[in-house]
Design a protein around this ligand. Structure first.
Ligand SMILES: Cc1cc2nc3c(=O)[nH]c(=O)nc-3n(C[C@H](O)[C@H](O)[C@H](O)COP(=O)(O)OP(=O)(O)OC[C@H]3O[C@@H](n4cnc5c(N)ncnc54)[C@H](O)[C@@H]3O)c2cc1C
Ligand SMILES: NC(=O)c1ccc[n+]([C@@H]2O[C@H](COP(=O)([O-])OP(=O)(O)OC[C@H]3O[C@@H](n4cnc5c(N)ncnc54)[C@H](O)[C@@H]3O)[C@@H](O)[C@H]2O)c1
Length: 479
């Protein structure tokens, strides 16, 4: 029986950050991973999809050669080569998650093995018992297939199988237009596949500001994606060599989406099967493992981090939670997880980046909400780049305190951190306006949106009248 300070279950982002941190602090740490180190983000999520996003963008840019003063080119996507490039990128990035690196740090690895709780502080791993002072559960999440009659018989892929395709399907039905559905729909459309999306929510990215969803819908349609919003997929059948998904709206109206393949991107659930949570008294809620503000589960000294908690399913949040959970698992002084300022980005083109409240959420909470926006169509650099697409929107209270930031536009994910830092450090929107930004850069979109604060204060209404009176007086005195 091994006695550890910490046993980590799951070797994705959350598990690796926790295990590496614990070992670096001098704790005796074991990490149990049933598959490969790196988890979903490295193997089936962020890294491979962003590689494909880039290839799709290159295809799209080549197809627009004429817009940049080039003779038109015939774009031919070599799908096996695209997928090979993706695998190489995963391999390169995966070097960070090399098992030998973690062993050198002092982490004892149990690779290719499943962990099961026997009690809160005791796990069995392939017949071996691991005893530990504390445990961090970091087993991630997996794709959920909604109830669609006939779907198992017809067959479908999730993001996992889609990333293993050897041939580009001629057409694809995507069920769900959350981040996974939108990213894949655009990638495949830009590779030349006919894509039809069906989604229960009316607009793509239903968690975002509807104005953002509407704008993204237009961009997806420009790429040739057909989007049936407000339709729930209920039946699937094979017909004439195609797969057909029938979806219904709230009035019972049906729409049929046909394709060579079906991609299910309809949400995720915490991965807890086979863990024996009941043996440790670890309770679950509908979204995942139940945790308190300190990321402690209902079992003493068992913490959880990452997607398994069901809170903000992003790699950067998994990383953050792992650090909070690790500190709380090892030390007596406990720290709460703080989700007040959490950014994220959906890597469509243009990208959709977000932090804080939407305009609607802000207005539900207070009466003094102000919204400052700026369009990329009026931003010199975006025009020069031939990407005058989208807008930035900053939501504040009456005094300029930032409540939320939303950007749909080129490189939005790299532009949002300025707003994130401002929110985190209570820097008001006025300061974004008075900070010098480099010209001509896309970063100016945030400043330009913020400039509207002063434009509204100084150039309109009572202030403008007062200033006019002041200038009149000055003229009279000096003339
Ligand atoms: C297609 C796609 C694209 C994405 N793109 C982005 C993006 O661009 N940016 C972003 O921030 N997020 C993105 N995400 C989300 C991101 O991948 C996850 O939030 C992140 O991987 C969560 O990390 P984790 O450590 O909680 O879980 P995971 O990475 O899923 O790791 C959990 C690990 O636990 C292991 N495990 C499970 N059960 C057991 C068991 N019983 N015993 C032992 N091991 C076990 C699994 O094998 C796995 O390796 C994307 C997700 C998907 C699906
Ligand atoms: N760029 C990123 O950071 C990124 C990328 C991909 C995934 N992720 C993470 O993974 C999470 C899961 O993504 P997702 O896109 O699978 O899920 P999601 O929960 O965000 O969206 C699923 C969508 O499917 C729809 N849906 C469900 N059942 C349906 C049915 N029967 N018919 C039609 N529509 C149906 C829902 O209405 C919803 O809009 C994301 O919320 C995000 O946290 C992040």
């Amino acid at each position: 029986m091994g006695a550890y300070d910490l046993v980590v279950v799951g070797g994705g982002t959350a598990g690796l950050v926790a295990a590496a941190g614990g070992a670096s602090l001098g704790a005796r740490v074991a990490l149990v991973e049933r598959d490969k180190l790196g988890g979903d983000c490295l193997h089936y999520g962020c890294v491979p999809t962003k590689t494909l996003v880039r290839s799709a963008k290159v295809a799209h840019t080549l197809a627009r050669a004429r817009d940049f003063g080039m003779k038109p080119v015939r774009v031919e996507v070599d799908f096996p080569a695209v997928m090979e490039r993706m695998r190489r990128a995963v391999e390169t990035v995966g070097a960070h998650d090399d098992p030998a690196r973690f062993e050198r740090m002092g982490v004892e690895l149990y690779l290719g093995k499943e962990a099961r709780f026997e009690s809160p502080r005791e796990l069995s791993v392939s017949g071996k018992r691991l005893k530990s002072v504390s445990v961090i559960l970091a087993t991630g999440s997996h794709s959920v297939t909604p109830r669609i009659e006939g779907i198992e018989e017809v067959g479908y892929v999730t993001h996992v199988e889609a990333l293993g395709l050897e041939r580009l399907p001629s057409s694809l039905v995507v069920v769900g237009s959350g981040p996974i559905g939108c990213e894949f729909a655009q990638i495949f459309a830009r590779f030349g596949c006919r894509v039809t999306m069906v989604c229960a929510s009316p607009l793509p990215l239903p968690r975002e500001d509807p104005e953002i969803g509407e704008a993204l819908l237009r961009f997806l349609e420009d790429d040739g994606v057909a989007h049936h919003g407000g339709f729930v997929a209920r039946e699937a059948r094979a017909e004439g060599g195609e797969k057909v998904v029938t979806a219904y709206d709230a009035d019972g109206q049906a729409v049929e989406a046909r394709g060579e393949e079906i991609l299910i991107a309809a949400g995720r659930a915490a991965t807890v099967g086979g863990l024996g949570l009941e043996n440790a008294g670890i309770a679950q809620v509908s979204t995942g493992v139940m945790v308190d503000e300190y990321l402690c589960t209902s079992a003493p000294d068992v913490y959880a981090a990452g997607d398994v908690t069901g809170k903000h399913l992003y790699t950067h949040v998994a990383d953050y939670q792992a650090k909070v959970a690790l500190g709380n698992a090892l030390f007596p002084i406990k720290r709460k997880a703080d989700y007040s300022v959490v950014p994220w980005t959906t890597f469509t083109d243009p990208e959709v980046a977000r932090v804080g409240l939407t305009e609607r959420q802000a207005r539900e909470r207070r009466d003094d909400v102000k919204v400052y926006r700026y369009g990329f169509d009026d931003l010199d650099r975006a025009v020069a780049d031939g990407e005058p697409n989208g807008f930035a929107k900053i939501v504040t209270d009456g005094k300029g305190r930032i409540l939320g930031g939303h950007i749909i536009g080129p490189d939005a994910g790299n532009l949002i951190p300025e707003v994130v830092l401002a929110m985190r450090r209570n820097i008001p929107v006025q300061a974004l306006s008075t900070t010098i930004h480099v010209y001509p850069t896309l970063s100016e979109v945030v400043k330009r949106a913020a400039d509207n604060y002063y434009r509204e204060k100084l150039f309109t209404g009572r202030n403008r009248k007062l200033l006019s009176a002041f200038f009149g007086l000055k003229r009279r005195l000096l003339s």
